[in-house]
Ligand binder design. Structure first.
Ligand SMILES: NC(=O)c1ccc[n+]([C@@H]2O[C@H](COP(=O)([O-])OP(=O)(O)OC[C@H]3O[C@@H](n4cnc5c(N)ncnc54)[C@H](OP(=O)(O)O)[C@@H]3O)[C@@H](O)[C@H]2O)c1
Length: 217
């Protein structure tokens, strides 16, 4: 299976690329910084330089030729302000979904965030509010499309080693941490699990082995 990952040099993306390569899938990581190509190659994926805040849907659709699935793993990141939450966390997801439709790639897994889907609490920090608004708008955009989508909302991400055990369920799931390595394993398992199409799932650390958690959603 050829899987194109938006935000291919992200921490989850690099872990996912290793998992996909290890099971014989072809991963393609879209990166905006040419200096990141070597890390993506080291993870066993093909790297393609593509700035998702500058590319057109036709540009990206051309990169999706032959793909079976798209994973949206990009994000403006912790140091960014409100405008880039909109251009990356919302805008780049919309761009990838537009491109997937044009290229006829039906499977689309979006990494969102716990907290999306609800208005931010009054008094919330402006940048956090913009982030949650962007993730919510990206989710709404994807749900409205004729694609085989799954939305995954992880809790607080950590760089701890994989545990292989998670809690994955329709909202609401109590807030909690989850290692990026376990998020990557869940996404790899979700890709070829049609039972998860058209589901919005929250994800934290938990007790269920990843494969069982994905099968039972
Ligand atoms: N932090 C948390 O606790 C938390 C919780 C729930 C969900 N999430 C979400 O989980 C997702 C993945 O998290 P992560 O920690 O793996 O993210 P990450 O390491 O910050 O990776 C995000 C990637 O997106 C890339 N990106 C940004 N702008 C881009 C552009 N214009 N074109 C192409 N790529 C671009 C970044 O590239 P550059 O290095 O070039 O900027 C980076 O490689 C994000 O969407 C994040 O919002 C985070």
């Amino acid at each position: 299976m050829r899987v194109v990952i938006a935000g291919g040099h992200g921490k989850i993306a690099l872990l996912l690329e290793r998992l996909l390569a290890g099971r014989g899938d072809q991963a393609v990581g879209l990166v905006r910084n040419p200096a990141h190509v070597a890390d993506v190659s080291d993870a066993g994926a093909e790297a393609v330089v593509c700035d998702l805040e500058a590319a057109s849907a036709d540009d990206v659709a051309a990169l999706l030729s032959g793909a079976a699935a798209v994973v949206f793993a990009a994000g403006a990141g912790a140091g960014s302000g409100a405008p880039r939450k909109d251009t990356v966390d919302r805008g780049a997801s919309v761009l990838m979904a537009d491109a997937a439709e044009r290229a006829g790639v039906r499977r689309f897994v979006q990494i969102s965030s716990m907290g999306a889907g609800q208005p931010p609490r009054p008094g919330t920090d402006e940048v956090w509010a913009a982030y949650i608004a962007a993730k919510t708008a990206a989710e709404d955009d994807l749900r409205a499309r004729d694609l085989d989508w799954t939305i995954v909302r992880p809790g607080h991400l950590t760089d701890a080693p994989a545990t292989g055990r998670v809690r994955l369920a329709v909202p609401p799931v109590p807030a909690g941490n989850v290692p990026r390595a376990d998020v990557a394993a869940v996404i790899a398992a979700l890709l070829d699990e049609p039972g998860t199409w058209h589901q919005t799932l929250e994800l934290t650390g938990g007790d269920s082995p990843v494969a069982a958690a994905v099968r039972s959603t």
